[in-house]
Design a protein around this ligand. Sequence first.
Ligand SMILES: Nc1nc2c(c(=O)[nH]1)N[C@H]1C(S)=C(S)[C@@H](COP(=O)(O)OP(=O)(O)OC[C@H]3O[C@@H](n4cnc5c(=O)[nH]c(N)nc54)[C@H](O)[C@@H]3O)O[C@H]1N2
Ligand SMILES: Nc1nc2c(c(=O)[nH]1)N[C@H]1C(S)=C(S)[C@@H](COP(=O)(O)OP(=O)(O)OC[C@H]3O[C@@H](n4cnc5c(=O)[nH]c(N)nc54)[C@H](O)[C@@H]3O)O[C@H]1N2
Ligand SMILES: [Mo]
Length: 685
Amino acid sequence: MKKFTTGCPRNCYSTCTFEVQIENGRIRAIEPHPANKATPEGPCLKGLSYVERVHSPDRILYPMIRRNDTAEFEQTSWNEALDRITERMCHYRDAYGPQSVMFYAGSGTKGLLNGVSLAFWRLFGGCTTTYGDLCWPAGLEATRLTLGENKHSVPWDIANAKLIVLWGKNSAETNIHQMLYINRALDSGATLVVVDPRRTESSERAQLLIQPRPGTDGAIALAVAKLLIENGSIDDGFIDKHVLGYDEFARAVEDMPPERAADVSSVPVEYIRKLARLIAETTPVTINTGFGLQRYTNSGQTMRAILALLILTGNIGKPGAGWIFANLQSHVFDAVKDPVAFYPPAEPDGVVRMSVSTARLGPDMLRMENPPLKMLWVERGNPITQNPETNQVLKAVRALDFRVVVDQFMTDTAREADVILPAKTMFEQTDVINAYWHPYIQLKPKAIDPPGGVKPETEIYYLLAQRLGIDAGQIAAHIPEPTEQGVRAFLEAKLNDIPGLSLEQLRKGPVIAPDHQEIAFSDFVFPTPSGKIELASDEANTRWGVGRVPVYSEPMESTHSEQREQRHKYPLYLMTPNTKNRIHSQFNNLKMIRDVSPGPFVAIHPADAAKRGIKNGVTVRVFNDRGSIEMPAQFDHGMRIGCVAITNGWWASEGGGVNFCSKARETDIAHGAAFHDNLVEVQII
Ligand SMILES: Nc1nc2c(c(=O)[nH]1)N[C@H]1C(S)=C(S)[C@@H](COP(=O)(O)OP(=O)(O)OC[C@H]3O[C@@H](n4cnc5c(=O)[nH]c(N)nc54)[C@H](O)[C@@H]3O)O[C@H]1N2
Ligand SMILES: Nc1nc2c(c(=O)[nH]1)N[C@H]1C(S)=C(S)[C@@H](COP(=O)(O)OP(=O)(O)OC[C@H]3O[C@@H](n4cnc5c(=O)[nH]c(N)nc54)[C@H](O)[C@@H]3O)O[C@H]1N2
Ligand SMILES: [Mo]
């Protein structure tokens, strides 16, 4: 039996450390590993299910090819698959230019080696790729504009908070390990407030649950700010010393008395006053905003408004206090790895055409010209399931000549491919990973050989580069040799750029990022243009065209707005949050997960169901003009009336596909995806 300490590379806050035990080339057990102080209890059910996932009979183990549109996939050799792909790539490059080939990468796995992919496409001569991100840009940019940088205190510091506000975050499901420290705070007398249109598992111990109309949190935050100012509950000393734009902000919130916010959000005014009282009377306060909160067309401004509450009360840079959104302190490689840019470059480099907004994947792909898109390469992503407006994505993907998908399983996107290449799992190649909640950098060592004909992406690119006749020196400079030794040498060279990090050190266990700050901003250094916290930001206006200070505007699809797009036809807000036993579109195909999560359903309040004659458990149609899906209705008394929810990630082939209903539309700032800005109707069928 061999044992390895490793880190889970899924796109998840927790990024757990665990121990994997290997016997005869198979994973025998996954055990907790306490070296990571943020995840001492070990992995969740998904982590435990790697025992099944890695050896699943459904895994794609060999290249698969479809010889024409109607044919079934056939297993083929690497030689045939790579010859076919090389021939197509050269043809499109010669006939239309390299930018007729689109490279799409999702967030299926973390790792320093992911950067090799774009380096390969540069060697090919270029490609078209996406900008923006499906996940977190509005919140990241709101934080950067205000505090200058995305970081927060160590995960265990929340245990020191006396007031915790989980605002649009469902930690009990999406950041399971955080509950340990939240519960510690509550056990020592802290108060928990949850703001979420759904009553979630995270609100079990909340003293106050505020259930706003979706997308209206900005109004609540501005009203709370107004109350704090009016009641003299602000920290004048902190504001004088560290804050830019207080007067302008204070004038703007005049416009949002609590009664108006109550009207906008449909939250009792007393709840808004109570939240203001709690923030005024408690020290220290931690506000943790989730990513679900910033999937609206007004959510960059919402995030800035909520962050202002901590700034007004001086809850920054102190133990138990602060803003938790994303902690990028372990992202020390960003300068040296693939610069996954959120922003389209002001000066296109003529090689990589970054011209497709990932939030508008379908429509943007369809409108590309000079050259038009001909071929698509997808890796680490399942855009048919996960990107907004599935019918548009399908249309764009089907309009292409040739599609390659690299994945482990037959996902909705793999089904659209001409060639599927089998992807490695986390245990089959050594890599180095960072995190966005805790500060650790981790080694994820190779623990087993890839099964069947599986090859890691870096090896696939190595072989393609050779076939394309790319200069050997260029290959050596950008793509690791396809051996364990080659990969380690490549990683070591990358780590050399970071003082204080080496593979040898990572081999012993997780390492806290060099220059890490335990209590974020405890030095009161804010790398904004003014060097102060910016409640008013010029850049917010010049770059994104929103107000210098956060003000409230209705989300694009709204049951209240004057200009609401969908006023009469579609009365229900569809939220599509994440869920405990899946990471987006991964894991639900496994038996271990199916046992606890057998199929998709739409959660609906019995009052909304009664209006439509819907009984618990019956199959309904959830639809709008963009598309429709059918699934059972499940009564949920904790749902805000007027809202329904379906967890995202179910494959269309499993009866899911929430993004048939969502709109290919960006957030107000930073090119995020406004998934929840989405009105539907639910009907009995
Ligand atoms: N188990 C598990 N963990 C995960 C993931 C996963 O898929 N599964 N995914 C990881 C990734 S990539 C991400 S992005 C994060 C996301 O995890 P979270 O940050 O928790 O975000 P979501 O689950 O998208 O949404 C959180 C909550 O926001 C609520 N919400 C929706 N609209 C509004 C609104 O207008 N106002 C308010 N106040 N609340 C609203 C939803 O009801 C939901 O309960 O989780 C990470 N962790
Ligand atoms: N409606 C709605 N849609 C959403 C969201 C929402 O809240 N609502 N959330 C959005 C968010 S926050 C995110 S982050 C995205 C996530 O969406 P995606 O980025 O597409 O991520 P996943 O569905 O987790 O994984 C994609 C694929 O990666 C594959 N994979 C895993 N490891 C590897 C590997 O090493 N190599 C290769 N080649 N493939 C691998 C998996 O098998 C899986 O099929 O979804 C977004 N979509
Ligand atoms: Mo995400």
